[in-house]
Structure formats: C-alpha cells, structure tokens
Write a protein that binds this ligand. Structure first.
Ligand SMILES: C[S@@+](CC[C@H](N)C(=O)[O-])C[C@H]1O[C@@H](n2cnc3c(N)ncnc32)[C@H](O)[C@@H]1O
Length: 306
C-alpha cells in the first residue's frame, strides 16, 4: 500500500506555501507532504531529512522531476540546527515533523517493525547505525525492559513480559517476540482487535531510535531556523510525543518568567518566541479515518515565529 500522507490539506493550510518559500521536512517518508509543498506553488524549495536511506532512495527517484527544488539528506532531524544552515536553510518559512514510522517501513517484510511478518528483530530507522531491537531485548535487564514497555508503550504487563523475555532469550525474530507476548497477554475475546504485541513493538521502536530524545532536540533547534512569521507544524501519534509538543509550544508561546539562575531578569517577562496557532490539536476527519485508519491517532499542533 502506498503511503497516504496524514492530515495532508491541514498541513498545507498551516504552512501556506507561496512562490519562492523555503521549507524543511524533517520526516520525508514517502515524500507525500514534501510533494504537496513543492506542487502547491512555483519555486518553493524543500530540504528534507530522513534517517532511513531507503526513504531517501525511494523519493529521490519518485520526485526527481523537481530537480534542485528538492534537497534530500540522510540525517537525523535532531541535527537540524547544524545540517540545515549548511544548505542555506537557516531562515525558513516552515518546518514539518510527521513523527514515527512510515507505511513503507511498517509494510516492509525485512525491517522487523511489524509482527505481521517474520523478520530479524531490528526496527532501526537507519539500519547502519546503532543497536537494533534484538540487541536491546537480549542484553537489557528485566527492569530496563519493563521500563521501556511501560514508559514508551504504556504496557501495564511490562514487568511480566520482561520476565518472560529474560527466560526465553535469545530472541532473534519478530515472530518469536510476538508469540511470546501473545501467550502472556490474553485480551478478552471481542474486546479488541489490536494485536497483543502492539504496545511492546511500539515501545521497542521508540527506544531503538531514541525517538523522544530526537524530538526534544529538534524542537528548540527548529524554531531558531524559522524566520519571523515562519511556522512549525508537528504531527504526533502517541501521547508521550503529543505531550512534549504541547508543552514545548505552550512554553515558547507564553510570557515566561526567567529562571532562578538568571537572577538579573528574574521578575521580568521574557518575550515569547511563538504564537500558538492550534490551541487544541487538529485531528483527522471521519472521512480521512475511514480511508486511512492510521490517521485516527494523529494530532497536529503548530506555532508561528514572532
Ligand atoms: C510518518 S513518516 C513520514 C511520512 C511523510 N510525511 C509522507 O508524507 O510520506 C516518518 C518518517 O520519518 C523518519 N524519521 C523518524 N524519526 C526521524 C528522525 N529523528 N530523523 C529523521 N527522520 C526520521 C522515518 O524514517 C519515516 O520515514
């Protein structure tokens, strides 16, 4: 199934591409949103990041017709602040982050993101960098694994699952892990169609790719690169990310008192960096959810540089 961009029109409405505007797409994926930005107005230019070399290859071919209006970089968006200025994207009109994984990654039979296929337990966005999910599952302690399942998956049976993993390891494949979890987590029949290993897989993916660490780094870097009036739009898919985004946008758009280690300014308001565009998150319409069930959990928040 090709990737269907989530909240596509809503993102374009916020970023408002005009002739000659500059955008950074931190999460290229299959290039759906990037293509929208390039097609919406003449001479828009996009610098697009993806950690996944396969995504870069795929879009390089798919959107090659846009020539030098599109620059693709195989980097972590956490490095936005140093990488973007190298390409002269340091005063941009908009930044988009569409977090998480793409349908291409989820539908890949080899990458280990899905329990639907038996594959090596990997889950790295960049398969050439860092330890994969099997390394975590086979080397972390019971407490560390339980923490990951609870913190990143909100899996209440994380402790029990971690115990069973320790007894069963080594675990090398998605099928082994999915079967082990399914054997432990019995959902009452008819209550849910969600696979019992969904939260464990999500949690491992977030840990393997340090997704929350990358988000914490990119948000402050991103707003430094916006020109006044430039906008940042972020789509998140689970509550941990959404909470971080919400708090960051609120904090940057409020009149903040300076911190106690800044006693000189202590009681003076610091001028906010952003105007909040979305006081509540934008979510997908019923029609979009019917067409693309993945959009059900998407939340879009945005701010404008002052
Ligand atoms: C939901 S998809 C983006 C889909 C895209 N908006 C589209 O329309 O096709 C997320 C993409 O972001 C990439 N990604 C996730 N975290 C990243 C990070 N920290 N740095 C760069 N790319 C990242 C993933 O590899 C994946 O391809």
């Amino acid at each position: 199934m090709p990737h269907i961009p989530v909240l596509y029109q809503e993102v374009l409405d916020i970023l408002q591409p005009q002739p000659g505007t500059l955008f950074i797409d931190g999460t290229l994926g299959a290039g759906g949103h990037t293509e929208g930005l390039l097609a919406a107005a003449p001479d828009t230019r996009v610098l697009a990041f993806d950690r996944d070399p396969e995504a870069i290859r795929f879009v390089a071919e798919r959107l090659h017709g846009y020539g030098d209006r599109l620059t693709l970089v195989n980097h972590n968006f956490a490095d936005l602040g140093t990488v973007a200025p190298q390409y002269r994207f340091d005063q941009v009109d908009g930044i988009l982050l569409d977090l998480g994984l793409s349908s291409r990654q989820l539908d890949s039979q080899e990458r280990g993101f899905s329990f639907r296929f038996d594959a090596p337990l990997d889950m790295r966005f960049n398969p050439t960098q860092g330890p994969g999910a099997a390394d975590l599952v086979n080397n972390l302690s019971e407490i560390e694994l339980a923490d990951i399942f609870w913190q990143y998956g909100e899996e209440r049976r994380g402790r029990k699952i971690a115990q069973a993993i320790i007894q069963a390891r080594p675990i090398q494949t998605t099928r082994q892990l999915a079967d082990l979890v399914a054997g432990l987590v019995k959902r009452p029949p008819g209550r849910s169609t969600i696979h019992p290993a969904t939260q464990v897989f999500q949690a491992l993916r977030i840990a393997v790719n340090d997704e929350l660490g990358a988000l914490a780094r990119v948000l402050p870097e991103g707003i430094k690169l916006l020109k006044p009036g430039g906008r940042i739009a972020i789509i998140s898919f689970h509550s941990l990310e959404d909470r971080m985004v919400k708090q960051f946008l609120r904090q940057q758009s409020a009149n903040r008192a300076a911190t106690p280690n800044d006693p000189y300014h202590r009681y003076q308001p610091v001028s906010p960096a952003l105007r909040l565009i979305t006081s509540k998150p934008i979510t997908a319409s019923a029609a979009e959810i019917a067409q693309n069930p993945r959009s059900r959990s998407a939340k879009l928040r945005a701010g404008e540089k002052l």
